[in-house]
Design a protein around this ligand. Structure first.
Ligand SMILES: *[C@@H]1O[C@H](CO)[C@@H](O)[C@H](O)[C@H]1NC(C)=O
Ligand SMILES: *[C@@H]1O[C@H](CO)[C@@H](O)[C@H](O)[C@H]1NC(C)=O
Ligand SMILES: *[C@@H]1O[C@H](CO)[C@@H](O)[C@H](O)[C@H]1NC(C)=O
Ligand SMILES: *[C@@H]1O[C@H](CO)[C@@H](O)[C@H](O)[C@H]1NC(C)=O
Ligand SMILES: *[C@@H]1O[C@H](CO)[C@@H](O)[C@H](O)[C@H]1NC(C)=O
Ligand SMILES: *[C@@H]1O[C@H](CO)[C@@H](O)[C@H](O)[C@H]1NC(C)=O
Ligand SMILES: *[C@@H]1O[C@H](CO)[C@@H](O)[C@H](O)[C@H]1NC(C)=O
Ligand SMILES: *[C@@H]1O[C@H](CO)[C@@H](O)[C@H](O)[C@H]1NC(C)=O
Ligand SMILES: *[C@@H]1O[C@H](CO)[C@@H](O)[C@H](O)[C@H]1NC(C)=O
Ligand SMILES: *[C@@H]1O[C@H](CO)[C@@H](O)[C@H](O)[C@H]1NC(C)=O
Length: 450
């Protein structure tokens, strides 16, 4: 991995020369712009997609495809909150390129390993693009709204009533482990995307879907009952989901539910969505220690894996949207955001560049950890301090003008673009390759058995 080498060399240089620590003053926008520009640069140091032999839109090992979707979401926030468009063309290119042959974020290269949650995080990035009026792709490419609708439609089509009275399985494909697990990040993301599409388009079908997913998650106890609403990890489909719920709590699941409720409240004004948003904001306190955000299920045990190190980035962008959408909850949320931003900033003094961010923001200075997840989470923590100084998510009646199609993802070919890029031939080819992969998996299983 190239970065490690660069880092090692850089670290030696750091020992020889002194680097400048991050200078952050939340009340001085320009220092914040300068500081976040450094952190963003640190994030992009991990991006290799434009290098020879690498794939556009992806970060290389150990970062899975889904986390790239998350990283582009963070860079959209960087542009939106910090008014810095340096990376916009890279972000736009990445989001278009990885949308895949059918423009639904199931690109052929990922299609044998991708789960519902993986697809969802790219969907969330393009929703953010639509809601923030991030520059749309050229008109011969599908627009942000279209891509988000395609993710929603293809996920909703996988709703599985055959077991547990509904719900999405974690995995899309039967051969992946996790196919027998119905989890919160997949279902919570479907709920979340439906809620945001309801808000953006005003189409009530999405709100009905959001309600259906929420009710199902409550029924199988992925969301605990009562006012202290905790969000758990998932449940096995064995015995119709009546077994024990896996009770790990992750920040990103909390964020999906909390802000999804906020979008629905903003959209239809129903008190129950306000109450639920408030409950999820309150129960988010399990992720704060002295108002500093931490990943409670793994950080204290020093066991956060590569994926988990990025979870706080998604929670944070969703927390900020919640504050923008619901004024009554702003004091609590902005208190957390302010304190966490200061703590995250003081951790961004590591590495060869002197602005590599750490994992544990409660530690004094840099804790020696680094990676895409750490960098994304800290960048997000800093930019959302401007949440109340920038507009709330736009929708199609107050300025959001990205175009879509309710049938996106289910069509033979995308209709909101011209000329068409996809030919029937390339899709037939895709089918054949999937078959070949499937057959070779079966063949190797048989080989193992025999
Ligand atoms: C921000 O960076 C610019 C360009 O490097 C510099 O001119 C400016 O003085 C910096 N502003 C602050 C407040 O540090
Ligand atoms: C925008 O971000 C880039 C890359 O991080 C940085 O080089 C540039 O100075 C930033 N511009 C402003 C105006 O802050
Ligand atoms: C799929 O993988 C091939 C081979 O690595 C690469 O050339 C291509 O750009 C990839 N396409 C996408 C959409 O990732
Ligand atoms: C499985 O659970 C669902 C919802 O709780 C219920 O409607 C369905 O009848 C159950 N199926 C079986 C076979 O128990
Ligand atoms: C769109 O936003 C406007 C302004 O905040 C709001 O009045 C309207 O209800 C929103 N529409 C939907 C469908 O949420
Ligand atoms: C919302 O919460 C308030 C205060 O706890 C309560 O009075 C009201 O009945 C709740 N509304 C709904 C629809 O649950
Ligand atoms: C919470 O913060 C206190 C004070 O910094 C620290 O001693 C304690 O270990 C922290 N708890 C967790 C779970 O991180
Ligand atoms: C958060 O910080 C901003 C900028 O310093 C300040 O205006 C705001 O009052 C703070 N909010 C809370 C709740 O601490
Ligand atoms: C949407 O609005 C932006 C400005 O906010 C404008 O640049 C763009 O051309 C508009 N797009 C469409 C499709 O109207
Ligand atoms: C609303 O969304 C649903 C689901 O995508 C779609 O089938 C329907 O055509 C849409 N209705 C309108 C009026 O756009």
């Amino acid at each position: 991995m190239q970065f490690r080498k660069a880092w090692a060399v850089g670290f030696m240089l750091t020992c020889l020369s002194s680097t400048q620590a991050l200078d952050v003053d939340l009340d001085d926008y320009e220092t914040l712009q300068n500081a976040t520009a450094l952190v963003a640069k640190g994030l992009m140091d991990y991006y290799t997609g434009n290098q020879y032999g690498q794939t556009i839109g992806m970060f290389s090992w150990p970062y899975y495809w889904w986390e790239a979707g998350g990283a582009w979401n963070t860079l959209i926030d960087f542009w939106f909150y910090m008014k810095n468009d340096t990376y916009n063309s890279i972000v736009q290119q990445a989001l278009v390129y990885q949308s895949g042959e059918n423009h639904d974020y199931v690109p052929l290269n990922q299609s044998t390993t991708e789960g519902n949650d993986d697809q969802a995080f790219w969907g969330i990035a393009v929703l953010n693009a639509a809601e923030r009026k991030f520059p749309n792709p050229p008109s011969d490419e599908p627009q942000w709204l279209y891509l988000a609708q395609a993710v929603f439609n293809t996920m909703a089509a996988r709703w599985d009533s055959a077991t547990c009275g509904g719900g999405l399985r974690w995995q899309i494909f039967t051969w992946n482990s996790g196919y027998d697990y119905k989890n919160t990040v997949s279902n919570g993301a479907l709920f979340h995307i439906a809620a945001r599409l309801a808000h953006f388009t005003g189409n009530n079908t999405y709100a009905e879907w959001a309600e259906k997913v929420y009710n199902w998650m409550s029924d199988v106890k992925l969301i605990s009952s009562g006012d202290t609403k905790y969000v758990y990890d998932g449940v096995d489909i064995t015995n119709n989901c009546s077994g024990a719920v896996h009770k790990y709590q992750w920040t990103y699941n909390q964020g999906l539910l909390m802000s999804g409720c906020a979008y629905l409240y903003k959209t239809n004004g129903q008190e129950k969505w306000y109450n639920r948003t408030e409950d999820f904001v309150k129960s988010s306190n399990v992720f704060y220690n002295n108002s500093i955000l931490y990943e409670a299920t793994c950080q204290p045990y020093n066991s956060c894996n590569t994926d988990q190190r990025s979870f706080r980035a998604y929670f944070t962008t969703m927390l900020a949207a919640t504050a923008q959408l619901i004024p009554d909850l702003r004091d609590q949320i902005m208190g957390w955001i302010n304190t966490t931003a200061q703590a995250a900033a003081q951790s961004c003094v590591g590495g060869y560049d002197g602005h590599t961010c750490g994992l544990n923001w409660q530690a004094k200075g840099w804790d020696g950890k680094y990676g895409l997840g750490e960098q994304m989470s800290a960048l997000e923590a800093l930019v959302v301090t401007q949440a109340l100084k920038r507009p709330a998510p736009y929708n199609s009646t107050d300025g959001g003008n990205s175009t879509g199609n309710g049938a996106a993802g289910l069509e033979q070919a995308a209709t909101n673009l011209n000329p068409l890029h996809i030919t029937a031939g390339s899709r037939a080819g895709a089918g054949i390759i999937t078959c070949v992969v499937g057959i070779s998996i079966i063949a190797s299983l048989l080989w193992l058995i025999l």
